[in-house]
Design a protein around this ligand. Structure first.
Ligand code: ADP
Ligand code: MG
Length: 223
């Protein structure tokens, strides 16, 4: 289970504290999928980073399966992220000099016993599942927008995370490609029984999620 309780976030600025999130709580069980909508600048990415053990809240707690990653030391926290969380960033963040296959394998390289032949077999299988079986040796610059996003999804899933977080995964895609990326995310979510949280501007994508939240005025409400 993913649980955020009374999470607040402020950034210190020369003019005083800038309030971003206030009293945000949510709770999602295994197998649940939620969409977060809301205006630009409302704090959606900030919340996703906090849920993803990438940025600590100013106050409040986040736990995944009972563990609060922000109580761990740096090394433990990195292992926690790598073992349990798959993150699809808004700009996909693929390494430009590496092939698709190498990009998908990067999370396995830092894991204990990682980078083995098993990992490569699994990377090939996931890439086939996302329709990139014939693009393994392409660099990100040699992929379309939708293909990059699918490679980023494959990379997020390579270590079988229990929590998958996606920041506007279809934001820069044409409608039909956005639909196929959304199909893929939801199919993989069902197949792997993960907790899935997707930030999106797209009402048609959000409509496909059984749980919908709206971020506005620093707060998260069910929509
Ligand atoms: P969204 O993803 O909903 O568009 P963000 O979570 O990216 O919004 O940002 C929310 C607000 O927090 C924005 O107004 C942004 O300028 C501000 N912000 C984000 N990161 C920082 C930072 N490191 N320092 C100060 N302000 C920040
Ligand atoms: Mg954002």
């Amino acid at each position: 289970m993913l649980k955020a309780e009374n999470v607040s976030k402020t950034y210190p600025t020369p003019r005083g504290d800038l309030r971003i999130l206030e009293g945000v709580s949510l709770s999602l069980d295994h197998g649940q999928a939620a969409a977060i909508m809301g205006p630009s600048g409302s704090g959606k990415s900030t919340l996703l980073y906090i849920l993803g053990a990438l940025d600590p809240p100013t106050s409040g707690t986040v736990t995944l399966q009972g563990t609060n990653p922000y109580t761990l030391n740096e090394r433990e926290q990195a292992a926690f992220r790598n073992d349990r969380i798959g993150f699809v960033f808004q700009d996909h963040s693929l390494l430009p000099q590496c092939s698709v296959l190498e990009n998908v394998l990067t999370p396995t390289l830092v894991a204990a016993g990682g980078g083995a032949g098993d990992d490569e077999a699994r990377a090939r299988e996931i890439l086939a599942n996302v329709g990139l079986g014939n693009r393994l040796d392409h660099r990100p610059g040699e992929l379309s927008g939708g293909e990059k996003q699918r490679a980023a999804i494959a990379r997020a899933l390579i270590r079988n995370p229990m929590l998958v977080l996606c920041d506007e995964p279809t934001g820069n895609l044409d409608t039909s490609i956005a639909d196929s990326v959304a199909d893929l995310l939801l199919d993989l979510h069902k197949a792997h029984n993960t907790i899935l949280v997707v930030v999106t501007h797209s009402p048609s994508l959000a409509d496909r999620f059984p749980i919908r939240y709206r971020m506005a005025n620093h707060r998260l409400t069910e929509a």
